[in-house]
Design a protein around this ligand. Structure first.
Ligand SMILES: Nc1ncnc2c1ncn2[C@@H]1O[C@H](COP(=O)(O)OP(=O)(O)O)[C@@H](O)[C@H]1O
Ligand SMILES: O=C(CO)[C@@H](O)[C@H](O)COP(=O)(O)O
Length: 465
């Protein structure tokens, strides 16, 4: 049996799966936690990867390993390969002002969408580089190369380590899916846009080489991917599927045959990990809305679910606007969350739990609508990510989304996608291997459109932090 491994180095943790390259059967798995916060020393990802790999029985017997990771994080390296400062993550909003400046300097959002398929918001790497240039000029001066979390982990696995003896900066690699979230690579021309990096950062550091989806690095490492593109590989998404992921971020995305350029900035025009495209909407607030509400109520996640399901649809008018970390979609980096409709009869744990689940789902329903408005066909909605383990999320998603929801069997789909990429690279075939169909459960419910209507009115009523 040929074994392959897939890694998901995501915001909250690192997961490793070892699978049979041919059938996709799960052989072993492991995980380890990441530190909290929106700036993290990449060394912590490396340590977590070692711990998760050891928990998965080690990687010595696998033919290939691919790493998928959280998108957009800014990893700056100096000329000897040392990390210059802790990485700024996708959910760090300090570069919101830099994003607004860059949009204006290029002549407006449409120019950016046309150039790189994305309108800068604080999440994109290009805005973090502008922030660095303006706020930490000494660190910007020291920066000789810039890469993404999955690029850095792949480089280290393949021998790059910084200091003497490590691979050179020129050995850094990336893939289309992740580089398309930087803001300085164009999915329509498949090229870096160095003039945009120059505009943002004042210079063009060494950038990773962009390899094809099934290429191998140093003979044993897949090129890797952004975590959402890897999840699309993991669930074997097909045209007509919209995948909704409830992790730290909330995302809705679909595979597409042509690049997308949304001048409103709502939909990110990413590339996918198979040679196509991945229009995607991302929110900053998803599973942690449930974590925070459960903590507020002093209950666990299962009890939160039970409470939510015990309250009526619409929570008798109680609405929770989930902008607990500010928000990216809509672009309100300084906004805060809010609870509206509080009365004596709605001031109960059950009403608050219901409002939290419905608020989270309404923000994702808006994301699905944005994809539809750009012409994305929606034949099936697939629900994945840690938050999809919530009974309340499963039961209420079809009511709020207004359509049936497919729940694939619980699995680490980002890591699974990376393992499938590794199997593809090892096979030398033109297409990724077809692994057995996922077992899944269909959730259906009568639509509750009034829940979204009340949410739509309430989501505008938030104050800045
Ligand atoms: N039973 C559950 N009910 C609700 N949420 C859950 C449950 N189990 C795990 N989660 C959520 O999963 C989240 C982590 O999801 P994950 O997809 O691993 O995130 P990320 O990929 O961003 O690190 C946690 O914030 C936690 O709230
Ligand atoms: O920024 C995005 C997508 O554009 C996020 O989806 C990150 O890629 C983080 O993913 P999770 O850790 O929440 O899965």
């Amino acid at each position: 049996m040929t074994l392959v491994a897939g890694v998901d180095s995501s915001t909250q943790s690192c997961k490793v799966v070892v699978r049979d390259a041919e059938s996709g059967a799960l052989v072993r798995e492991g995980r380890a936690a990441h530190p909290a916060g929106t700036e993290v020393d990449p060394a912590a990802w490396w340590d977590a990867l070692q711990e998760a790999a050891a928990a998965a029985g080690g990687l010595d017997d696998v033919a290939a390993v691919s790493v998928a990771a959280q998108q957009h994080g800014m990893v700056c390296l100096d000329s000897s390969g040392e990390v210059v400062r802790p990485a700024l993550l996708w959910n760090d909003t300090r570069s919101a002002g830099a994003a607004a400046d860059l949009v204006e300097e290029l002549g407006g959002p449409a120019k950016w969408a046309e150039a790189v398929g994305n309108v800068p918001v604080a999440s994109l790497t290009v805005t973090k580089l502008r922030w660095l240039a303006r706020n930490e000029p000494a660190n910007a001066d020291r920066t000789a190369a810039v890469c993404l979390p999955h690029d850095w982990l792949t480089w280290r696995l393949a021998g790059g380590s910084g200091g003497s003896g490590g691979s050179s900066l020129e050995a850094l690699t990336t893939d289309r899916s992740d580089v398309s979230g930087t803001g300085y690579w164009s999915p329509s021309t498949e090229d870096y846009r160095p003039e945009l990096l120059e505009l943002a950062f004042g210079k063009v550091p060494v950038l990773p080489s962009v390899l094809g989806p099934a290429e191998l690095v140093a003979g044993r490492f897949g090129v890797g991917a952004g975590d959402n593109a890897s999840a699309a590989l993991g669930v074997q998404a097909r045209p007509g599927d919209v995948v909704v992921s409830i992790g730290t971020s909330g995302t809705a995305f679909a595979r597409a045959l042509a690049p997308v350029a949304d001048g409103s900035g709502t939909v990110n025009g990413f590339a996918d990990a198979e040679g196509g495209y991945l229009p995607l909407v991302c929110t900053l607030n998803a599973s942690r809305v449930l974590d925070a509400t459960a903590a507020l109520l002093g209950v666990g996640l299962d009890e939160l679910s039970r409470l939510a399901l015990s309250a009526p649809a619409g929570a008798d008018g109680l609405v929770l606007v989930p902008y607990l970390e500010g928000e990216r979609t809509p672009n309100k980096p300084d906004s805060t969350g809010a609870v509206h409709g509080l009365r004596l009869d709605t001031a109960t744990p059950a009403h608050l739990a219901r409002a939290a689940v419905e608020g989270l789902l309404c923000s994702l329903a808006d994301a699905i609508d944005a994809l539809k408005e750009l012409g994305t066909p929606v034949e099936r909605v697939l629900l994945i990510g840690g938050g999809a383990q919530s009974e309340a999320v499963r039961a209420l998603a079809p009511a709020v989304f207004g359509c049936p929801v497919v729940l694939p069997a619980t699995s680490e789909y980002v890591a699974d996608g990376a393992a499938r990429q590794a199997a593809w690279a090892v096979s030398g075939a033109a297409e990724p291997p077809h692994w057995s169909e996922l077992t899944s459960t269909l959730f259906e419910a009568d639509p509750t459109p009034w829940v979204r209507e009340r949410y739509a009115a309430a989501r505008e009523l938030t104050v800045a932090k």
